[in-house]
Design a protein around this ligand. Structure first.
Ligand code: BMA
Length: 307
């Protein structure tokens, strides 16, 4: 297998004393800035409780050197739209801002009987504030207002003059383009479930990693038993709506204890990957309980994709 698990996995586990992260820490966004990997993970203090975002960092990509005791982002007291939690964050730097896309879990406002809804939420922060841990997140926006949608991320640069986003209206992964990051147009299905291990649905995972051969995209596939595996695809550099290669086997699947046993068994789920000196570091949640990392040489990833 190309992707190798770190021997020291899991790199983050729940901390019993911190109520907000006492049971589940998983599905982490990752971004490499200022010589370290910043890991923003989803955390819960009970299975039914709200999700918040915690912060840890690592200089070598494996060992966590720093972890904050308090969440750095959580449900807004001012909005019903994410009152049940901030789930599965993804981070992308575009220019001098870092964007965080997340699944906003809240109420459909104005209903006589409460109806829950998950939609895409977006916020951003300046790179300076992020590196100085001044958590001055911008106002939250909801690009597809009240559409059941999640697993979204941005590409790190404009392509052919447009911002590009991937999102997921089940069971497909979609791609959309924008001039201003407010109105998203030219939506189309990017990828649909194709293999047995992604029979039920697929969804984007880590924001794309640029290589000379194309954009590497790691996604997840859910099978008929609700097992979550990681998949691998390559998108065209100039036309990211074009899939140029796709692995027919999982890139990673639940095998180890920390992926098989946990609050939700048999789940591997990524929200972030980084490239450090031509090695791909994939951060992923194991069984919705811990954060893990696995690595592969970029050249081997491209080779397994046949390009
Ligand atoms: C999805 C999301 C993920 C989670 C997965 C498995 O719907 O909620 O955060 O890892 O289910 O429980």
């Amino acid at each position: 297998m190309v992707l190798k698990r770190y021997d020291g996995n899991p790199i983050l586990s729940p901390i019993r004393e911190n109520l907000w992260e006492s049971i589940m820490v998983y599905n982490a966004a990752a971004i490499y800035e200022g010589g370290k990997v910043h890991i923003l993970y989803r955390a819960q203090g009970s299975k039914a409780g709200p999700s918040r975002v915690g912060y840890a960092s690592s200089t070598d990509g494996f060992k966590v050197d720093e972890r904050l005791d308090k969440p750095i982002f959580g449900p807004s007291p001012a909005s019903d739209l994410d009152c049940f939690g901030i789930e599965d964050p993804r981070l992308t730097r575009i220019g001098d801002r870092i964007y965080m896309n997340y699944s906003a879990y809240g109420y459909n406002m104005g209903m006589v009987f409460p109806v829950k809804r998950v939609q895409i939420g977006i916020t951003s922060i300046s790179v300076d504030d992020f590196l100085n841990k001044n958590w001055n997140w911008s106002e939250r926006t909801y690009p597809f207002y009240l559409v059941d949608n999640k697993n979204s991320f941005f590409f790190p640069e404009k392509i052919n003059g447009k911002f590009v986003m991937v999102h997921r209206i089940p069971p497909h992964m979609w791609i959309a383009y924008s001039d201003d990051m407010k109105t998203w147009e030219n939506q189309k299905i990017l990828m649909s479930p194709q293999f047995e291990w992604e029979y039920f649905k697929i969804g984007g995972g880590a924001p794309p990693i640029k290589t000379e051969k194309g954009w590497i995209v790691i996604y997840h596939g859910v099978d008929s038993h609700m097992q979550y595996r990681l998949g691998l695809a390559l998108l065209d550099l100039e036309d990211p709506g074009k899939v140029i290669a796709r692995l027919d086997k999982p890139f990673l699947e639940p095998e180890t204890d920390y992926e098989v046993c946990g609050v939700v068994p048999n789940v591997t789920f990524t929200c972030g990957a980084v490239n450090i000196d031509d090695t791909l570091f994939v951060y992923y949640g194991g069984a919705d309980t811990v954060v893990c990392v696995a690595t592969a040489k970029i050249k081997d990833v491209l080779k397994v994709l046949g390009v």
